[in-house]
Design a protein around this ligand. Structure first.
Ligand code: MN
Ligand code: MN
Length: 307
């Protein structure tokens, strides 16, 4: 089962401007073929379907723990999309009806994912950068642990390539931070699956195929995560379980020697995380019949009653 914590894995910088087309580009990292919904869906169902869990515990634990991290990546990218779609807070009165005489959403007719505004008020949903729905066809769970690990290695390498391309298509700090952090974590996951394959088959995966070489040291947004050692850590995302993966991730062994150096460690629990950016209400979405005062008052009474 799952435990939920009301934080993001990192704090994302607030957007400097509203940029719905950058939000659309970031959607590729959410609902694209190599997006976070795909990594989540793969590891989630592979972990559910895993046979001989107790006998293959280090491998099961690895897939299960990374599953939880991927769910947090889905949350992170979704927040980034909504922040770019929303833009900086205007300080506008959230309780007023807003002025709709000048078609406040007119500019939305020129953006790529207008449906994201018409249907979801600028929020994120599992679609790719062109609005195509993410679906089950992106999930591979074969019942063969070696085959699944090989798929997962491919998936993480593909995810890093497409994160780099999205990084190269956005300029705002909001989108770039999301890409930079996920590039670091993607390198950990690719390396972890490569090590798992090496342990279970004996094949030196670094000699088997040309791994996409994306030097994290050249990407400014990756620097603080490298400095704090995020690129060497795998988190259990659990109070007590999944420590067995330290048999794979640790002991001084590496499978991708070009990754930044350092001892690989398994950390109990989760990263410290950061605050979730609060998106302000958008009166125009509900105008002309917009009167949230009563809802805000009810919520405030319920909050006081809970203290
Ligand atoms: Mn991910
Ligand atoms: Mn991953």
């Amino acid at each position: 089962m799952f435990l939920r914590v009301d934080k993001l894995q990192i704090e994302i910088p607030a957007p400097s401007q509203q940029d719905p087309n950058a939000g659309a580009a970031l959607q590729e990292l959410l609902g694209g073929k190599y997006g976070e919904m795909s990594t989540l869906g793969n590891y989630l169902f592979q972990s559910f379907n895993f046979r001989s869990k107790s006998k293959l515990k280090p491998f099961y634990s690895l897939v299960a723990a990374i599953t939880a991290e991927e769910l947090g990546h889905v949350e992170l990218v979704s927040n980034g999309v909504a922040m770019l779609n929303n833009g900086p807070d205007t300080g506008e009165d959230e309780t007023s009806g807003g002025d709709i005489s000048n078609a406040p959403f007119e500019s939305m007719t020129d953006i790529r994912l207008a449906a994201g505004f018409f249907s979801h008020a600028g929020g994120a949903t599992p679609v790719n950068s062109n609005g195509i729905s993410w679906n089950n066809d992106f999930i591979t769970t074969t019942g063969n642990v070696v085959f699944d690990l090989l798929h997962n290695f491919h998936l993480e390498c593909g995810a890093r390539l497409h994160k780099l391309r999205v990084y190269e298509s956005v300029t705002d700090a909001t989108g770039r931070e999301v890409c930079g952090y996920l590039l670091v974590r993607g390198s950990v996951h690719a390396h972890a699956y490569a090590l798992a394959l090496k342990k279970i088959t004996g094949v030196e995966i670094e000699r088997m195929l040309p791994v996409p070489n994306i030097p994290l040291g050249n990407i400014p947004e990756c620097q603080k995560y490298l400095a704090e050692g995020s690129h060497r850590r795998l988190y259990t995302f659990s109070p007590d379980d999944y420590r067995e993966m330290s048999g794979i991730w640790g002991n001084g062994e590496v499978a991708l020697p070009d990754d930044p150096p350092g001892e690989l460690t398994v950390v109990d629990g989760m990263p410290d995380g950061g605050k979730i950016h609060e998106l302000a209400g958008v009166p125009n979405v509900f105008t002309p019949n917009y009167a949230p005062e009563e809802m805000l008052e009810i919520a405030s009474k319920l909050y006081r009653a809970s203290r």
